[in-house]
Design a protein around this ligand. Structure first.
Ligand code: NAP
Length: 242
């Protein structure tokens, strides 16, 4: 049973999730991270989290698999005893023009980015209700707000997370559970490594791509310093969506 507050962050071996895990460990949280298969990255993140004094453990499972999510959530609850912050962050892209989009690529993205939030939140929400407190952050995207050519699957999943966020916030506010979404712009991670960053930067008022830490600081703010903020979609995009 953790004496510290506990955060569970999906897709936290690398990129944005990893930065969120580190930011929360620095703030005194014990941290459970999930990942899909990259053992080396997950082990490195766990080592780094422990260097901040956090209890930390990694869980390898597919967030698109309902039963695996339920099993993992229960393991985390057994290992840590509570969950104060859930960040539904794991995500993938399978970009392509809609005319040529396969059912496989549609379903992979919807299952991994959207259904995963349902699969992870369901087994954890009962614990948060019992605790009478909780903070859920869903990682949406500017693509879910604006749409994006070549990303019909991804934009749909990320827009779905916005509806999920607002509905849960309305249902759970009376139990002191806050539910918010973050809509990152272009953040420098493996997911964006093949993009033409020079061209993109021209359109960003702050004239730079975001760093994973820019998102992590917002997650920490929502977890620690935002007791009256719920049902919001917070853009962290350098001013790209105005
Ligand atoms: P990333 O660097 O590609 O990292 C993805 C993470 O998710 C990894 O930890 C990966 O685990 C995990 N993951 C992927 N598929 C999974 C699955 N089926 N089951 C469990 N874990 C899985 O991505 P990122 O850029 O940090 O993105 C994180 C989130 O932010 C995503 O939801 C993404 O859509 C969203 N986002 C990103 C940007 C951006 O510009 N980067 C912008 C807007 C929104 P392994 O290491 O084991 O593969």
């Amino acid at each position: 049973m953790s004496e510290n507050k506990v955060a569970l962050i999906t897709g936290a071996s690398r990129g944005i999730g990893r930065a969120c895990a580190i930011e929360l460990a620095k703030a005194g949280y014990d941290v459970a991270i999930s990942y899909a298969g990259n053992d080396e990255a997950a082990n490195k993140t766990i080592e780094d989290l422990k260097s901040f004094g956090a209890k930390a453990k990694a869980y390898k499972f597919n967030v698109a698999d309902k039963e695996a999510c339920e099993k993992a959530a229960n393991e985390v609850l057994t290992d840590f005893g509570r969950i104060d912050v859930l960040v539904n962050n794991a995500g993938i892209t399978r970009d392509g023009l809609f005319m040529r989009m396969s059912g496989e690529n549609w379903e992979a993205v919807i299952n991994t980015n959207l259904n995963s939030a349902f699969y992870m939140t369901s087994p954890i929400i009962k614990t948060m209700v019992k605790q009478r407190s909780g903070c859920i952050v869903n990682m949406s995207s500017i693509s879910g707000l604006m749409g994006n050519a070549g990303q019909a699957n991804y934009s749909t999943a990320k827009a779905g997370l916005v509806g999920f966020t607002k509905s849960l916030a309305k249902e759970l506010g009376s139990r002191n559970i806050r539910v918010n979404a973050i809509a990152p712009g272009f953040i420098q991670t493996d997911m964006t490594k093949d993009l033409d960053t020079e061209k993109i930067t021209e359109h960003i008022p702050l004239k730079r791509l975001g760093q994973p830490e820019d998102i992590a600081k917002t997650v920490k703010f929502l977890a620690e310093d935002a007791p009256y903020i719920t049902a919001q979609v917070i853009g962290v995009d350098g001013g790209l969506v105005i």
